[in-house]
Design a protein around this ligand. Structure first.
Ligand SMILES: Cc1cc2nc3c(=O)[nH]c(=O)nc-3n(C[C@H](O)[C@H](O)[C@H](O)COP(=O)(O)OP(=O)(O)OC[C@H]3O[C@@H](n4cnc5c(N)ncnc54)[C@H](O)[C@@H]3O)c2cc1C
Length: 72
């Protein structure tokens, strides 16, 4: 769950960064472009986001909300 939420959040943030930098953010010379490329793979390797969601949904179905350990 941590991997899913952090990689999705990082993707949203870096996408916003590229947008803020405009055309420069898309240029290979811009550090933001490299960050965008490097963070993109986090939603693919070590379990794609879709597979992570399937696993979490499966655990929810099996164990109910209890395994989330939510505060009362
Ligand atoms: C740079 C890089 C380094 C890597 N290094 C390693 C490594 O060191 N060791 C290692 O073992 N592997 C490594 N991998 C492989 C990586 O773990 C796989 O790419 C990843 O598991 C996704 O598998 P796939 O590429 O075959 O995509 P696929 O399984 O073909 O999936 C393609 C798309 O379909 C979606 N999808 C697939 N099945 C479902 C489903 N049932 N429901 C909904 N959506 C689905 C996926 O989420 C994805 O969006 C690396 C990959 C990359 C890109």
């Amino acid at each position: 769950m941590a991997k899913l939420s952090s990689s999705e959040a990082a993707g949203r943030v870096v996408d916003r960064c590229v947008q803020i930098f405009g055309g420069r953010g898309y240029d290979r010379d811009c550090p933001v472009e490299r960050l965008y490329r490097e963070l993109r793979v986090d939603r693919i390797w070590e379990g794609t986001s879709e597979i992570q969601r399937l696993i979490i949904a499966g655990e929810l179905r099996k164990r109910g909300l209890g395994f989330l350990n939510l505060p009362a």
